[in-house]
Ligand binder design. Structure first.
Ligand code: PRP
Ligand code: URA
Length: 206
């Protein structure tokens, strides 16, 4: 299964501070940005480049530059918003679409409340959501982007539970999942263990 878990000392350092319950929202947002930047770099490691001849101050050389290519980042609201800026910072031409999903606190089932997407056909689409718990939200979002024409879709998250990975693979086999951590399991309320709690609440101080 195409599951990619970030393996970098800096990622391990950041995730530990994100997990710490004493970390306050302002620091949490900074750490989420930094980790998402590492994930944005890792999850785009295979995008196309082309050769370009340039002159250094010393001699000519053939380097590589990115082929102009339509990338689309699609955060699942609300927590996914905390992962968008790294993509727009390093890929200034990236388009941004939005899918609003909210888990019911009793059933843990996601309810859709918003969807605004640019054209997705022929583009590299990155669905970003920090928490992959039961996988219900991710499966819905992946279904929606495919209904809008996406064929090349990756899921980028910060913490994934094995249950969510299995659910995504069951409904959308072959989808690449990039995560900073693969955790142990879910608790009875479908929160990730050890996890980091409610990402949206910690990001926005709610
Ligand atoms: C969280 C998280 C995911 C979802 C994961 O969002 O950001 O979208 O739960 O859970 P699942 O894999 O079981 O579907 P939440 O619904 O709490 O909304 P929020 O982002 O607005 O806080
Ligand atoms: N959503 C979160 O924010 N955290 C979890 O552990 C599960 C779903």
């Amino acid at each position: 299964m195409p599951l990619h878990v970030l393996d970098h000392p800096l990622a391990a350092h950041i995730i530990t501070h994100l997990r710490d319950h004493t970390t306050k929202p302002a620091t949490f947002r900074t750490l989420a940005y930094q980790l998402s930047l590492l994930l944005a770099i890792e999850s785009t490691g295979d995008i196309e480049t082309e050769e370009k001849k340039i002159d250094t101050p010393l001699e000519p050389v053939t380097g590589k530059v990115l082929v102009p290519q339509p990338l689309v980042v699609v955060p699942i609201l609300r927590a996914g918003l905390g992962m968008v800026q790294p993509f727009t910072d390093i890929f200034p031409d990236v388009a941004v679409g939005y899918i609003g999903l909210e888990r019911d606190h009793e059933t843990a089932k996601a309810r859709s409340y918003y969807c605004k997407l640019p054209p997705l056909a022929g583009r590299h689409v990155f669905v970003v959501d920090p928490m992959l718990a039961t996988g219900g939200s991710a499966v819905q979002a992946l279904t929606v982007v495919k209904q809008h024409g996406a064929t090349d879709v990756r899921l980028v998250c910060i913490v994934a539970a094995p249950e969510g990975v299995t659910e995504v693979e069951r409904h959308h086999p072959g989808t690449s999942i990039h995560t900073a951590a693969l955790d142990r399991t879910l608790n009875a309320r479908k929160y990730i263990l050890p996890g980091l709690g409610d990402f949206g609440d910690r990001l926005y101080g709610t």
